[in-house]
Design a protein around this ligand. Sequence first.
Ligand code: ZN
Length: 149
Amino acid sequence: MTVLDVPGGHLIRFFHGEEIVSGLVAFAKSANLTAAWVQALGALSRAEIGYYDPEARKYERLAIEEDVEVTGLIGNLSLVEQEPFAHLHVTLGRRDFSTLGGHLFRGEAGATVEVLLLAFAGAKLERARDEEIGLNLWALPRSFSPPEA
Ligand code: ZN
C-alpha cells in the first residue's frame, strides 16, 4: 500500500493481492489512529462478507472468489480493548452488474482499492461487548435524549 497524508486524514492505495481489512488495521496501529471514518472504491479479486443473524447471534459468511467492483465501501476504525478494529461494509458489483453486499471480513485488492481515511485527531472511539446483541458496539461517552415532541 502507498499513502498520501492529507489534511484531516490519509489517502491509501492498495495494490493487487493486498488484504485491505488487515492492512487498514495495521495502518491504524502504526499511525496511532483511535477514531476514523473510512470510504473506498476499487476492485477486489476475492472477499469474504457476512450477514449478521440477530436470532442466531452470529454471521452467515459468503466467500467470493471472483473479480468484483467495490462500488461502495464505508466504515470506521475504532478501538476494541485498546486495539484498532475496522468495521467495514461493502457493496460489490459483479460482471453481470448484479451486486452483493454485507459486512466485510476480508478482501484482496484487485486492480486497486482507493481509500479515504478521515482521522478524528484526539478522539477515542471505543467499542464494548453488548451481550444482548452479541457484538462489540460503540461505547460513546455522552447520552443525548431528543426532547419530547
Ligand atoms: Zn458490520
